[in-house]
Design a protein around this ligand. Sequence first.
Ligand SMILES: NC(=O)c1ccc[n+]([C@@H]2O[C@H](COP(=O)([O-])OP(=O)(O)OC[C@H]3O[C@@H](n4cnc5c(N)ncnc54)[C@H](O)[C@@H]3O)[C@@H](O)[C@H]2O)c1
Ligand SMILES: [Zn+2]
Length: 349
Amino acid sequence: MSIVEVKTGVPYSIVIEHGNIKKAGEHIRPLTKAVRAVIVSDTNVAPLYADTVRASLEENGFEVSEFVFEAGEASKRLSAVEKMYGSFFENKITRTDIIVAIGGGVTGDMAGFAAATYLRGIDFVQIPTSLLAQVDSSVGGKTAVDMPFGKNLVGAFRQPRIVLIDPDTLDTLPDKFFRDGLGEVVKYGCIRSRELFEMLENENAADIIDEIIYRCVSIKRDVVERDEFDTGERAILNFGHTFGHAIEKLGDYSGYTHGEAVAAGAAVITRISEKRGLTEKGTYKRLEALLKKYGLPTDSPYGISEICDAARGDKKSSGRSISLIILRSIGECFISKMPVDEMTDFASV
Ligand SMILES: NC(=O)c1ccc[n+]([C@@H]2O[C@H](COP(=O)([O-])OP(=O)(O)OC[C@H]3O[C@@H](n4cnc5c(N)ncnc54)[C@H](O)[C@@H]3O)[C@@H](O)[C@H]2O)c1
Ligand SMILES: [Zn+2]
């Protein structure tokens, strides 16, 4: 078992342990006086894990209800959250009760947003079951829903009371989602850990997944602790994302998955920054080889000016400048702010 402590406004622990979900109730009981717990999960994950978590919660004295929604990003809408509120009300969930989110990033983002807003805020717990959620979205307290005019545009900061990561749940995760999560894992190696990057090069990620999860959440913890509300350093977690989001958007969210788009975005920006002399020579080649090893894309199906046009609409472009995250070398990055109208010039090299 490994535990990573997060010292945000409300501190919490991330517990990484095989078989963790069978002990969910034991972990949660000391943190709350809640009488009721409501499990939030999707139609793929609930049949696999909800009963196990429910049994442990009941053994620890919680009265348990469940809200299960249709799996997939299309559910991450206010309309689904409204249904969730209705279910909480019917099941008499009060301010002092607790939400237990079991699933991928969609579940965590939706349940977290409901936790931030229902009765002006109640406690919640993250039990992430996708690789992406285990290494990234379950930590840091960003919650959100999608709007017809863009992804993640309405949300709140709300830290969970605890994050319970059970690597065994990855056994049932379809391969394509495992690969998707690896896109974010490679990102962590690129921005902060040459050692992690080299582990990914030298070993097979699936064989060392516990170590990978531990390293990724530790990096995210460090960044989030220093910039909980995303006003500075936290931007480095967006490495590969400015172009990645643009690539997702250009594919109408049905082309590359998020992790694939991040991989392509990371490759594209690094090829450019290396040509511009901002990145140590040879970095792009190594990144390209690693992405290929894990079946991730190394290029974008769209041209650079198309990507830049789409990126300009990205919400992370604050005012008239855009923050690009650039690698100095493997494991080291910096934030480069540039006027949006200079981006296409910069990228056309
Ligand atoms: N809050 C943040 O900081 C943050 C960070 C990154 C991404 N996100 C969000 O996360 C979402 C993407 O997360 P995701 O890729 O986990 O999507 P997801 O929640 O849709 O999960 C992917 C798929 O895997 C299934 N699944 C999950 N765990 C499983 C398991 N153990 N066994 C079998 N099937 C399983 C799900 O049902 C779904 O079909 C996006 O909405 C994105 O915006 C949020
Ligand atoms: Zn991401």
